[in-house]
Write a protein that binds this ligand. Structure first.
Ligand SMILES: C[S@@+](CC[C@H](N)C(=O)[O-])C[C@H]1O[C@@H](n2cnc3c(N)ncnc32)[C@H](O)[C@@H]1O
Length: 279
């Protein structure tokens, strides 16, 4: 038995709700377009949960929506979630198809067949979408692309489908690497290589286009390494940066003499295209 809490949550508050409630024993989350459905074990402190929800909405100056509560029987979360993840267009060029769905591909779009399993990278998150859209504009056929923090492998696959010569994808999470490797096989893309680890395994001056949908903290911590592995005039697309972190990322780009070519925003998220100096 589980307690199910359902409430309308604006997109820009969903991360805060899920993140903050993870400390309060949320056992499952279902993002159903405008609503979040949260599942708690019977012994969870639901008063504290409701207090926390009130705080989040108050801080954001958003009226607290109606919270409905009911008890549900045990269910298979994965199967439930799968019902809500259907095929959808992403960027100008792609069409994401869950691996368990058989859907026709709209004319002019490239299919990416994904089973995200436990990895980040369904394609529904703004940070992934921003990176995909920038990738479409900046990738070139001669590029050796490195996807740092590949998750489901969605960006690595998109790079290859857009014609990048070779793509390397890495993640420090071994489960993500397993998921990405399976998705790459599913899409028949032998020129995408995966490994468990990070940028320290990459030779200096080799990467033409680096994709980093990470967090600002990780981007800043790895910047020196990014500078080392990028070829002269190499490009990087950074995503996963919150609006309020913009200046910190810009300062670091300037410190390393990176030019900032493009900036995109969606909701509370920013993504940038930057370029290493050519000298
Ligand atoms: C936000 S997810 C991005 C997934 C996918 N690339 C996308 O755009 O949807 C970030 C991923 O980065 C991985 N990660 C975090 N720190 C990392 C690091 N230092 N090196 C490599 N991967 C890292 C996480 O395990 C996670 O899978």
């Amino acid at each position: 038995m589980w307690t199910q809490i359902t409430l309308e949550v604006p997109d820009d508050l969903k991360d805060a709700v899920v993140g903050e409630l993870s400390d309060d024993g949320v056992a499952g989350v279902w993002d159903d377009a405008t609503r979040l459905v949260l599942y708690f074990a019977p012994n969870a402190d639901l008063q504290n949960v409701e207090r926390r929800l009130r705080d989040i909405f108050e801080r954001a100056h958003v009226a607290l929506p109606q919270i409905s509560r009911c008890v549900v029987e045990d269910c298979d979360w994965t199967e439930e979630w799968k019902k809500s993840y259907t095929s959808f267009a992403i960027g100008n060029d792609f069409f994401v198809i869950p691996s368990w769905v058989d859907s026709p591909v709209p004319v002019g779009r490239l299919p990416i067949r994904i089973d995200p399993g436990q990895a980040f990278g369904t394609g529904t998150h703004e940070t992934t979408q921003l990176t995909m859209e920038l990738l479409e504009r900046w990738v070139e056929p001669h590029h050796l692309v490195l996807d740092v923090g590949t998750g489901s492998g969605i960006l690595a696959l998109a790079s290859r489908l857009l014609g990048a010569r070779q793509v390397v994808a890495c993640d420090i999470d071994p489960i993500a690497v397993q998921v990405a490797t399976a998705n790459i096989a599913r899409n028949n893309e032998p020129e995408v290589w995966t490994f468990c680890g990070s940028v320290d395994a990459i030779a200096g001056g080799t990467i033409h286009l680096l994709l980093g949908n990470l967090t600002a903290d990780v981007i800043l911590a790895l910047f020196e390494e990014f500078n080392r592995i990028l070829a002269r005039s190499g490009l990087a697309i950074f995503s996963g940066i919150l609006n309020e972190q913009r200046e910190d990322v810009f300062d670091t780009c300037r410190k390393f003499r990176f030019a900032i070519h493009e900036e995109m925003a969606r909701g509370e998220w920013l993504a940038f295209v930057v370029q290493k100096h050519g000298a």
